[in-house]
Design a protein around this ligand. Structure first.
Ligand code: AMP
Length: 279
């Protein structure tokens, strides 16, 4: 596996790969890699000649400076994990090259960004779109792989690709969970032992609400989930929304599209997200 830090070195490498007629699968990450990320690498491995993974903790998508400071970083461990899992290139650019000056791009995602993560984290999705569009222009992938855990991010990226008429195919990958059901996240390591024990309740409550979906209205499911969290100390619910799986707008009853429940909670000072697909 090659490790590339500089954008010009990557560009030369990519040019050569494209000249050889090879396809490129790309997995953008912020590092502190785990089996969720590796599942995206495996998917990319199956469908492309070359797999590129980027590790870059993107400062402009953090609206909470403390969260940025505390974000776990371990590039040597990441490198090893990628090498063991069939990645061809680790691209880990430095911030000065990614942002030689303040980013001027400004994306607009309309209603897609007015809800949930977008509503709670102003500027977050613009920051995500800026970095992903720049990475796409350097890596020039045929396909790029994103996890459904960050469900709204996936919808934003699909919209961005369509706004930019970008040729990149976006591939959605399922959530990988710990054995106890907790969605794997780089932030999980920040949970204390006690908090780690209660964290699987998030998935358990969502699963329970799924099992009741045929007997309850959408607003009843929503109240059920919110009430369940009220009974467990330590959790602070930031949002729980039941949304149309394409528009991401909260709905009161099922329409033509699928239906997804999206949640963000705080536990032990750590923000955790998860989703459940009802239909
Ligand atoms: P991050 O490094 O957290 O920005 O995540 C990089 C990519 O990995 C994003 O597309 C995430 O949705 C995806 N990802 C993170 N955790 C998981 C997981 N548990 N299962 C599947 N994909 C994940």
């Amino acid at each position: 596996m090659r490790t590339i830090e500089h954008i010009d070195e990557l560009s030369l490498y990519i040019e050569d790969i494209i000249k050889q007629g090879k396809t490129i699968g790309f997995v953008p990450t912020m590092g502190a890699l785990h089996s969720g990320h590796i599942s995206l690498i495996e998917e990319a491995r199956k469908e492309n000649d070359i797999v590129v993974c980027s590790v870059f903790v993107n400062p402009i998508q953090f609206n909470n400076k403390e969260d940025l400071k505390k974000y776990p970083r371990d590039i040597e461990k990441d490198r090893k994990l990628l090498e063991e899992n069939g990645c061809d290139v680790l691209f880990c650019p430095i911030a000065e090259e990614v942002y030689p000056e303040q980013a001027k791009e400004s994306f607009s995602f309309g209603k897609l960004e007015e809800v949930m993560e977008g509503a709670q984290r102003p500027g977050h999705f613009n920051g995500v779109a800026v970095i992903v569009s720049r990475l796409f222009s350097w890596v020039r992938p045929n396909r790029a792989y994103f996890g459904e855990k960050d469900y709204q991010q996936l919808a934003i990226i699909k919209d961005m690709v369509s706004q930019l008429s970008s040729p990149v195919s976006i591939v959605a990958c399922p959530i990988i969970r710990e054995e106890d059901g907790l969605a794997i996240s780089s932030r999980n390591v920040r949970l204390c032992e006690e908090a780690r024990k209660v964290a699987p309740r998030i998935n358990q409550i969502l699963k329970k609400s799924f099992s009741m979906k045929d007997n309850l209205s959408i607003s009843q499911i929503k109240s059920f989930v919110i009430d369940e969290f009220k009974y467990i100390k330590d959790f602070e619910i930031e949002y729980f929304e039941i949304v149309d799986d394409k528009t991401l707008q909260p709905i009161m009853k099922k329409g033509e599209n699928g239906v997804v429940g999206c949640i963000a909670v705080w536990l032990d000072g750590v923000r955790l997200i998860d989703i459940v697909r009802y239909y």
